[in-house]
Design a protein around this ligand. Sequence first.
Ligand code: L34
Length: 276
Amino acid sequence: MIALAARGVVPGLSVVLVGDDAASAVYVANKEKFARQVGMHGDTIRLPASTTQAELLALVEQLNADDAVHGILVQMPLPSHIDPDVVIRHIAPHKDVDGFHPVNVGKMLIGHTDGFLPCTPAGVIELLVRSGVETRGAEAVIVGRSNIVGKPMAALLVQARAGGDATVTVCHSRSRDLFEHTRRADILIAAVGRAEMIRGEHIKPGATVIDVGMNRVADASRASGSRLCGDVHFESAEAVAGKITPVPGGVGPMTIAMLLQNTVRAAERTASRIGA
Ligand code: L34
């Protein structure tokens, strides 16, 4: 960041939010807030739910061509009349700070480091490494196989490097005896999107539990009428686990930290390309 500032480069992140999904609005506001806090240029482009796919693609092209924009992020989910894969493929890979473009997904899988890692799985690796959790040789069990979390999480944990070298199992809705797998895990990563489905009895004593779930459930005792919870039942799991991440305040903020890191990298690469 200091080196960039010396060259007069301010990392720029443009977040595109289409429609009025309440949860997305909160996540996007957090991204803009943290980007500004660290001195980046963060702006959010809000478009109505009626935006056509062609209009969104035209905006992405405009951002691709804008030299002040180093990182582009189109918040998911998109309204159902827009194909997210078409939009993702339209983002210039060198501005794809989400790491969702097939070029970046491919680089991640191969283990090349000149792409962008997807923010949530990269944040989980960072949490494990900085907390001194040994991944080498560990049994890592991932519950969920999404393109955003489950699949890339498996790809990162299996790489031959620090924060990798794990033996990885990916469980999903078709898995037989799901909890037989979770009970074997030294590192358990819950990313299914089902509120509190993993409980203490499903966890190996001393295991590290990473909760990627972000579910809003009804709670009459709260003024808002609801509360946020993960895929893990925290109270029962905390009694068994060696280490555990909370929701909120766990993987969510870490995801944003990795987004900012990717944006700085995007700016550094652009700056060195144009010789700024
Ligand atoms: N394109 N779409 C794109 N990129 C992403 O990386 C995301 N994701 C997921 C949803 N759609 C996306 C996010 O940003 C999930 N996600 C995300 C980001 C931040 C937070 C949660 C999910 C977050 O800030 N969580 C807070 C609590 C927020 C609240 O109060 O509702 C936390 O402390 O966990």
